[in-house]
Design a protein around this ligand. Structure first.
Ligand code: CTP
Length: 405
């Protein structure tokens, strides 16, 4: 569990649409992450989701319309004290009517008054029928809110409860959460920068049903892409085949072979401020891929003639534009530091993350990692922990390097 999520205070507004049935799941995921949650329900939301469910999950009183202008809970006026207490205000689902309330500053309800009193980051998740969403009135309200600094997250597309197929669904709790974590993440030091990350293995096909690969899960690269996005960067993730969901908010390029990864890297090189080569790129491919499945002949061995793939990292190192930071990973099983140092120099890198893949809890497949970061100036930093924590720590060093410290 990431330490920085602990004790974050989330004010959760739920308005009355069918997507409110997802609200307990969203709330529960925040509690599991170590956050505190106070909840405001609109009158119509009470029809869709039970305050008892939300109170049980959050272990707190749920603020309903009857609490507005009531002395029952003491002298503290809920719409003022809740917004003062919160680190962030999230409305999910946000109906067309709540969007309008918010855009107009209409404050005759508890949620409306809280929205007007709020000075904390506000994240809205509109969810409604596609016709209501695309209506000029709704779109103008969204534009108005964005221009005032609110974050309005685009709804998902799919089959809606109203029977329409289209845009208007409340995203699932893991997608909602990524937007919240980004908003709450304290460091924004990669804002305005383009970060390119490669991740996962490559598949080098021998014939239509067989390939040469390695056990890379892609977890380290995906964590780096996610944390670079949290820190405000525009992120491009070039990924070989993995079983992971593409991280939210990033430009995702799916590739299969080292050659495809090479092409995607070259296309993104000129605009990249930082490139992190976390992929386990296949070094070899068969000289000529068989067009049909190779048949096994009894007791006959099969010899494959392998040729080298282009070293993407070394090529990027040769072409490195002024000011760009290029970081490599070194997956090693012996003479780790020595081999990594050689790669740092031969590929013209600014930093290399030496990874002894034989260490327990490090490298392929694990959720944790142990890295020695070797800098161009010879400094060495050891980092370990979950791949999320390691990604965050590695990016700290990238930022320090950019600041020329
Ligand atoms: N790399 C690359 N293109 C390749 C092979 C590797 O860009 N064809 C990158 C990796 O993404 C990593 C770095 O180079 O950032 C080092 O990769 P690694 O597999 O550790 O080393 P290699 O250079 O392939 O050398 P060797 O396999 O002989 O150790």
């Amino acid at each position: 569990m990431s330490q920085w999520k602990q004790n974050k205070k989330i004010l959760f507004g739920i308005s009355g649409g069918i997507a409110a049935y997802k609200a307990p799941d969203i709330l529960h995921s925040w509690i599991k992450a170590g956050c505190e949650v106070e909840t405001i329900l609109t009158k119509s939301a009470e029809e869709f989701v039970s305050p008892l469910v939300l109170a049980t999950l959050s272990k707190k009183h749920i603020w309903c319309e009857d609490d507005f202008l009531s002395a029952d809970k003491g002298w503290k006026i809920p719409h003022i004290s809740l917004t003062e207490w919160a680190d962030i205000f999230v409305i999910a689902p946000c109906t067309a009517s709540t969007l309008k309330t918010c855009a107009d500053g209409e404050c005759s309800t508890l949620l409306g008054a809280a929205l007007l009193a709020n000075r904390k980051p506000l994240v809205l998740f509109p969810a409604m029928n596609p016709n209501m969403l695309s209506h000029t009135e709704t779109q103008e309200n969204i534009k108005k809110l964005i221009s005032r600094g609110c974050k309005v997250v685009d709804p998902d597309s799919g089959l809606l409860a109203c029977g329409y197929e289209g845009k208007g669904r409340l995203p699932s709790s893991n997608i909602v959460n990524e937007h919240i974590w980004k908003e709450l993440f304290p460091k924004k030091d990669l804002r305005g920068l383009h970060v390119v990350v490669t991740a996962g293995p490559t598949h080098e096909y021998i014939d239509p049903v067989r390939y040469i690969s390695n056990p890379s899960s892609g977890k380290m690269g995906y964590a780096l892409a996610k944390y670079a996005w949290y820190r405000g960067a525009e992120v491009t993730l070039i990924s070989g085949p993995t079983s992971l969901m593409p991280p939210v908010g990033i430009n995702f390029i799916s590739v299969t072979t080292a050659e495809e990864m090479y092409n995607a890297c070259m296309e993104n090189n000129s605009t990249a401020d930082i490139i992190i080569m976390a992929a386990a790129v296949g070094d070899f491919k068969v000289e000529k891929e068989f067009s049909n499945k190779i048949k096994r002949e009894e007791n006959a061995p099969l010899a494959l003639h392998l040729v080298q793939n282009e070293d993407i990292c070394a090529k990027l190192g040769k072409m490195k534009p002024d000011g760009q930071i290029l970081i490599g990973f070194a997956a090693e099983t012996q003479n780790v530091m020595e081999n990594a140092q050689k790669k740092l120099e031969s590929k013209n890198l600014d930093m290399i993350a030496a990874n002894n893949v034989l260490v327990d809890g490090a490298g392929f497949q694990f959720d944790t990692n142990v890295l020695s970061l070797i800098m161009k100036n010879g400094k060495i930093e050891e980092i370990s922990g979950t791949k999320d924590d390691v990604a965050d720590a590695l990016l700290d060093f990238v930022v320090t390097k950019r600041q020329g410290l």
